[in-house]
Design a protein around this ligand. Structure first.
Ligand SMILES: Nc1ncnc2c1ncn2[C@@H]1O[C@H](COP(=O)(O)OP(=O)(O)OP(=O)(O)O)[C@@H](O)[C@H]1O
Ligand SMILES: [Mg+2]
Length: 141
């Protein structure tokens, strides 16, 4: 299946909690442009919030790119979050409910995965982490 990402990309630099709020707002804006339902928009915004917060807490900074996703008649949002932090040595472990290296609840990554349609994570110890999210509007509205 061919998937083109088109439309203007928006970049949000992530350094602290106020940037997390900006990223959340951007997610909601894109979602509304793509005619997501309220529930879909909230799911995307929540996933983006968790990924953005992880950049602040675990990587100390990074950036998030937002774009439109197009696949035939389907409309969606693609989110690429990347940092040059310490990376994640064991991704399978990090994706488990309740795993945290910082006394968190450990539900950020697995929760985000459940809230979107496509979830990808790449990480290299000492080099950083990239998380890619895609979510589609359920129906044409
Ligand atoms: N961007 C990142 N850079 C480095 N490590 C990360 C990053 N994101 C997540 N991790 C690692 O993966 C673990 C699991 O992340 P997850 O978001 O699920 O839990 P948490 O952030 O520890 O707690 P919670 O999100 O529930 O408050 C983290 O504890 C951390 O070790
Ligand atoms: Mg987290």
């Amino acid at each position: 299946m061919e998937r083109a990402t088109s439309g203007a990309q928006v970049r949000v630099f992530i350094r602290d909690e106020s940037d997390v709020v900006v990223a959340r707002r951007r997610a909601r804006e894109l979602a509304s442009q793509q005619r997501f339902s309220e529930a879909e928009a909230e799911a995307l915004a929540t996933a983006v919030t968790e990924i953005a917060r992880n950049i602040v807490v675990h990587a100390g900074g990074g950036e998030i790119l937002f774009g439109q996703a197009v696949d035939g008649p389907r409309r969606g949002v693609v989110v690429i979050a990347r940092d040059a932090g310490p990376g994640i040595p064991d991704i399978e472990q990090a994706m488990q409910d309740g795993f945290s290296t910082k006394h968190g609840l450990g539900f950020g990554l697995p929760g985000a995965r459940r809230l979107v349609d496509e979830f990808g994570i790449e990480s290299k110890t000492g080099a950083g982490t990239t998380v890619t999210l895609r979510k589609w509007a359920a129906a044409e509205r």
